[in-house]
Design a protein around this ligand. Structure first.
Ligand code: UD2
Length: 353
């Protein structure tokens, strides 16, 4: 009887060790085979086992390193803007003037040598807006950073010659014309998805998709970077959600039920990390096309699908209406700067239908 006790103890210890080893092994295989580590571990300063190289991609959105010796105004957590809300209930920042330090942010992202893409569509008569868009982007959009602008147009010969600074490029991609403005606007998701798949994956870090009938008037830079970035629509930001022009027919895949919805976001400006925008564009395109097969077009085309997507997939950064104002609107007191704004246009004169 007495001899049995140590033997039983030994067996229990051996089984325990075997159990721990097995659990570790299973966890290891699960973590790496499921692509759990989406950042370069060496960048974090945490020492870890080297994961196999095929599962790593570097995301510029993590690990913010400031340059040594940088001096700037002390930040406060008790004083700041009180006239606006600068964080969402899911704790995403809402970017307003005076909520960030642009020099600090620029120096952090400069060290990462990020590259930023902007897409813009100028189909049919909308080509007339391109010159101002490009010229003002040179003055205000990610100045000093690597920027590639992709212009989608059916009139490549009419693309204006705008002098681009060093490190900035203009790429022109031909697209077919269309007799329906709704189709031009909505097909943007498909073309953005393809652009990312064919040219941008693993080559650029961030992308912003912008309306061409707009101009930059103030800085739009590193403060706008994030995983999935949405811009609050200037027309509805003070309204109750019941007034948001979401798609309200349950038959559409863009349907947002009464009582749902956080904010109303713009179709004219959105962006984020390449991988995030790819997911957004792919989903919105599929939902738009599946609706079309059933003869449904959402109230505001891809803008409705984008709003539906972002109701479930919460943006990790939100840009205030400073980032897409409308020239015809008087500026409200909380808008201390207008960075990007839609020009006044005569729809009847410029749209194909
Ligand atoms: C809103 C959105 C727009 C889109 C649309 C619904 C904002 C500020 N704008 O604007 O992004 O969601 O509702 O479909 O949020 N385009 C051409 N040629 C055309 C027509 C359109 O190139 O003939 C392109 C162009 O880049 C333009 C964009 O599509 O900026 C959106 O079209 P819009 O400006 O006519 O749409 P709008 O003003 O209704």
């Amino acid at each position: 009887m007495n001899k049995l006790v140590p033997i039983t103890l030994l067996v229990v210890i051996l089984l325990g060790v075997l159990y721990v080893v097995l659990i570790n092994r299973v966890l290891y295989v699960y973590i790496y085979s499921n692509n759990r580590f989406r950042f370069k571990l060496s960048d974090t300063g945490i020492s870890q086992l080297e994961p196999s190289p095929q599962v790593i991609f570097v995301s510029s959105d993590f690990h913010l390193v400031a340059p040594d010796g940088m001096k700037y105004t002390q930040p406060s957590i008790t004083q700041g803007r009180t006239d606006v809300v600068s964080v969402t209930p899911w704790l995403a920042p809402v970017v307003w003037e005076e909520t960030f330090n642009e020099k600090l942010l620029d120096s952090i992202y400069m060290k990462k040598n990020i590259s930023v893409v902007a897409t813009v569509f100028a189909v049919g008569k909308y080509i007339m807006f391109l010159k101002d868009f490009l010229e003002t982007a040179e003055q205000f959009f990610f100045v000093g950073f690597r920027v590639s602008i992709y212009v989608f147009t059916d009139r490549p010969n009419d693309v204006p010659h705008v002098k681009m600074a060093e490190g900035r490029q203009l790429n022109v991609l031909p697209v077919p014309s269309s007799n329906r403005w709704q189709e031009i606007s909505a097909r943007r998701m498909e073309l953005i998805q393809k652009l990312i798949e064919e040219k941008l994956i693993n080559k650029a870090d961030y992308i912003f998709c912008l309306d061409v009938d707009s101009k930059f008037h103030g800085r739009w830079g590193t403060e706008s970077l994030g995983g999935l970035v949405a811009v609050i629509h200037p027309g509805y930001y003070r309204d109750d959600r019941s007034r948001f022009p979401y798609e309200r027919r349950p038959i559409s895949r863009a349907f947002v039920a009464p009582g749902d919805g956080d904010f109303y976001y713009c179709g004219g400006a959105f962006g984020g990390l390449i991988q995030e925008v790819h997911q957004l564009a792919k989903t919105c395109r599929k939902n738009f096309e599946d609706d079309a097969k059933e003869g449904i077009e959402a109230a505001w085309q891809e803008e409705s699908h984008l709003n539906r997507y972002m109701w479930t997939n919460k943006p990790s950064k939100i840009l205030s209406p400073e980032y897409l104002w409308q020239d015809f609107k008087a500026r409200n007191p909380e808008i201390k700067i207008i960075r990007f704004s839609g020009v006044v246009k005569n729809y009847a004169a410029i749209r194909p239908n």
